[in-house]
Design a protein around this ligand. Structure first.
Ligand SMILES: *Cc1c(COP(=O)(O)O)cnc(C)c1O
Length: 811
């Protein structure tokens, strides 16, 4: 039924001018760009042809946006980020330029399915998780708002690894998003910069001169990021590394073919792979080099552009705002000092002032092991002049504040503290949720805050509604538009107009059907990848995010086991059917996270094979979580798991995606959960567990883990089941290490929060059996979450931090 309507709509739209026009552009690109005929084209051929046709619609806007900035001299934002987790671009771009329907219709007349074409595009996984996805949402919002901006990052040849499971264990395979080349990126051969490394510092007439030992070329590749309704397009500029020596011809002629390519191979290593997000690996030389490589290239680009239209570098902060996404680009400070002092002859003090007025820094973590520290010995080897400048800056800062505490120094215990460095050279440092910013001010940077009052501000994260509602959840988007009209896509506070409809039985019914359709869509997509058949009437309970101890997937799987045991003990009770869905990757070297992955898969195998509980509980863990999978899972979720140990999740953005897609949250008072709960109302949010103060107090208690286990019969029996090998037949010791850590240290307080979580999960079940109540809550979650749009977040950065305005007027 639905299919006939869809194709009827498609064929009527096909006669529209837009679809006709697009159709001929697709066919033209298929022939002239791809070199294929409509009779021989593969799915990938169609995808490339469509992408070119769509790109053609963006390019004029893109050029016009650049021209506008040049002629009007708008202040520009430069967003430096080691990660941009952009995912697929084709459908998002179609939606933003308003030709999605035309594309569906045009392809339909050619006998090609739009969804198949869209899903042929590889994800650009140039990031690990939330931090990289935030950068991607922010770029799109800056374009939507007409905020002149450029994103700078690295064009990794291989993005985040592909995850698969072997006997339940995570294995990593290289990812290959550039396999067929990228349709979206344009090489800018005019924008190449030489980036130096190593060597030494010479004294020439009393002035230090850095003579790098090696030089690498940074080559610009640009991707247009178009905003909603195609009014403005900013640039994502990604740097690829190459060698100035393409081939050592002398070695080649001697027959040393491998050796002849050595310079090229070692240069390319810098943009070869996304560095694993792995604290134990931090401190590796390649990562420091990658950070300097893209930061120095970005700064050369920015200053080069500035100096073509200005002659006074003192005025840089009036035209340029540089945002450092985390400390990865924090070497920007010393690099700018080097350029000002060594290349332009500025006095050190004045250089510090200009640089500080140009830079700002976003802090993303309080975890001490995730705050970057570079050994001075390594820094001396890779960036000798920068280390000198950091030492000079440290002395300068000390002279400004003779009373300053030891801990705010830039150098300590043989390391450079990149967090302190970023703070000292920024006019603003921001946290990413109200709670996180408070902890940044009170704990992480408390001493620096008292020396530089007012420097710390909060900008709560956000997500782009175009991708996370309009693209990911077209049926909900349509329902919203039917109810309140269009325009909410770029004015998400308008979702508040849905609020009265929470009490309208008809709207609730339609809302529920939308969720159901999304669950069916998800189940169908997962079953294509070999997932067990799912009962779509069951409660879909989803935890999708990186696997990390602080995110506590362990607590979720322990609860799953407890729930399973209870069903088995009382098989005829009125159980609410549940599907537990896990998704996420672990850092390759993170042993404990990998144990948790294996445990989830082991438990899934046993539970899914149990005929006694078959219709009541299913556990699935589809491999290779990425942006595209998030777009399928999140709209299908009834329940969103945001269960981190309080004080450890800086903000989260997954939590916002779920809320805006009508899932209810079970969560702790952590990160942006706090603000989500305040907005949606405490009675529409399943809160459990300790708050940050209670977490600190609890951690200080002697043997808190064992005490919590002793007090929880449910947890005891779960631990027993795992310990006796119920989920690892033939190898009862498989989870010894994991259980020991839970019983002895339990730094993340899984045991202490377990009972509260378990009880709250029962309350979830009690509510789910009342669909009216549940849907009312879900609608209120959607209607009260407009605040979590990344447009609101970017407006905050523009006014509080960057002092920029929209080039489109308004906003
Ligand atoms: C949103 C998103 C994240 C961040 O999720 P959190 O729950 O905030 O950690 C990570 N990965 C992908 C693919 C995402 O889309």
């Amino acid at each position: 039924m639905a299919d006939t309507t869809a194709s009827a709509n498609a064929s009527s739209a096909a006669h529209s001018y837009a679809a006709e026009q697009l159709r001929s552009e697709i066919v033209r690109h298929l022939m002239l760009t791809v070199g294929a005929g409509t009779d021989t084209a593969t799915l990938t051929d169609w995808r490339i042809a469509l992408s070119h046709a769509v790109r053609d619609r963006v390019t004029p806007t893109w050029l016009e946006s650049q021209r506008h900035i040049k002629s009007q001299g708008n202040k520009q934002v430069y967003y430096l980020s080691m990660e941009f987790l952009i995912g697929r671009l084709l459908e998002d771009t179609c939606i933003n330029v308003g030709i999605r329907d035309a594309a569906v219709a045009a392809l339909a007349t050619l006998g090609v399915d739009f969804d198949d074409v869209v899903r042929d595009e590889p994800d650009a996984a140039l990031g690990n998780g939330g931090l990289g996805r935030l950068a991607a949402c922010y770029l799109e919002s800056m374009s939507t708002l007409g905020c002149p901006a450029t994103g700078y990052g690295i064009r990794y040849e291989h993005g985040l690894f592909k995850q698969s499971f072997e006997d339940g264990r995570q294995t990593e395979l290289p990812e290959d998003w550039l396999g067929h080349g990228s349709v979206w990126d344009v090489e800018r051969s005019a924008h190449r910069h030489l980036i130096g490394f190593g060597g030494g510092v010479e004294d020439v007439d009393g002035a230090p001169v850095w003579n790098p030992g090696t030089t690498i070329i940074a080559e610009a590749h640009d991707i247009a990021i178009v905003g909603w309704q195609g009014n403005w397009a900013n640039t994502l500029r990604l740097w690829a590394a190459t060698s100035p020596t393409v081939l050592d011809l002398e070695r080649f002629n001697r027959g040393d073919y491998l050796g002849a390519s050595e310079p090229e191979i070692s240069a390319r290593a810098l943009s070869r792979v996304l560095y694993p997000d792995d604290s134990s690996d931090a401190g590796k030389e390649l990562r420091l080099k990658q950070e300097y490589f893209f930061t120095a290239a970005a700064l050369a680009d920015i200053l080069g552009g500035f100096l073509t239209t200005h002659d006074d570098l003192r005025r840089l902060p009036e035209s340029v705002a540089i945002q450092m996404n985390d400390t990865h680009p924090a070497i920007a400070g010393p690099e700018l000092l080097r350029i000002f002092v060594d290349e332009h002859g500025f006095e050190f003090d004045e250089a510090v002032e200009i640089v500080t007025n140009t830079l700002s820094y976003t802090n993303h973590t309080l975890l001490p092991e995730a705050l970057e520290q570079w050994p001075t010995e390594l820094m001396a080897r890779v960036l000798p002049r920068h280390l000198q400048l950091i030492e000079q800056l440290d002395q300068w800062h000390h002279s400004q504040f003779p009373e300053r505490a030891e801990s705010v120094g830039l150098l300590a215990y043989g390391n450079v503290s990149m967090g302190n460095l970023a703070f000292v050279l920024s006019h603003h440092t921001n946290g990413v949720s109200a709670l996180h910013s408070e902890l940044v001010r009170k704990e992480l940077f408390s001493e620096l805050d008292s020396l530089h009052p007012g420097r710390i501000v909060n900008e709560t994260n956000g997500i782009a509604p175009r991708r996370w509602i309009k693209l990911a959840n077209p049926s909900l988007a349509e329902l919203i538009t039917d109810a309140i009209g269009t325009g909410w896509e770029a004015d998400l506070d308008r979702l508040a107009e849905l609020e009265p409809l929470a009490d309208d039985p008809e709207f609730r019914g339609a809302f529920g059907r939308t969720k159901n359709a999304n669950k069916i869509r998800m189940a169908a997509r997962l079953s294509q990848d070999g997932c067990p058949k799912l009962n779509t009437a069951a409660l879909f309970d989803v935890q999708a995010k990186r696997i990390h101890e602080y995110k506590r997937q362990l607590m979720n799987i322990l609860h799953t086991i407890a729930h399973w045991s209870r069903i088995k003990a009382e098989p005829n009770a009125d159980w609410v059917p549940r599907v537990k869905i896990f998704a996420g990757k672990s850092a390759p070297g993170y042993a404990m996270a990998k144990d948790i992955i294996r445990l989830i898969n082991d438990v899934a195998a046993v539970i899914n094979d149990d005929p006694q509980t078959r219709d009541l509980l299913t556990v699935i863990y589809p491999p290779n979580y990425n942006v595209s999978m998030a777009e399928t899972l999140i709209p299908a979720a009834d329940l969103s798991e945001q269960i981190s140990t309080a004080g450890m999740e800086a903000s989260g953005t997954g939590n916002m995606k779920f809320t805006l897609n009508g899932a209810l949250t079970i969560g702790t008072l952590d990160g942006a959960n706090v603000e989500i709960r305040e907005r949606v109302g405490a009675e529409h949010f399943f809160l459990f567990g300790m708050n940050t103060a209670e977490v600190s107090a609890r951690r200080a208690e002697h043997a808190h883990a064992q005490a919590a286990i002793d007090a929880s019969p449910a947890l005891q029996s779960v631990i027993e089941l795992i310990g006796e090998g119920r989920f690892s037949p033939g190898e009862p010791g498989r989870y010894c290490g994991l259980l020991d850590s839970l019983k002895q240290h339990d730094y993340f307080l899984v045991a202490s929060d377990f009972d509260s979580y378990d009880e709250t999960q029962s309350r979830v079940d009690e509510r789910f059996v009342h669909p009216d109540h549940w849907q009312r809550d879900a609608i209120l979650n959607v209607s009260r979450s407009g605040f979590f749009s990344s447009d609101r977040a970017i407006r905050g950065y523009m006014s509080d931090i960057w002092s920029t305005s929209s080039a489109l007027g308004g906003a």
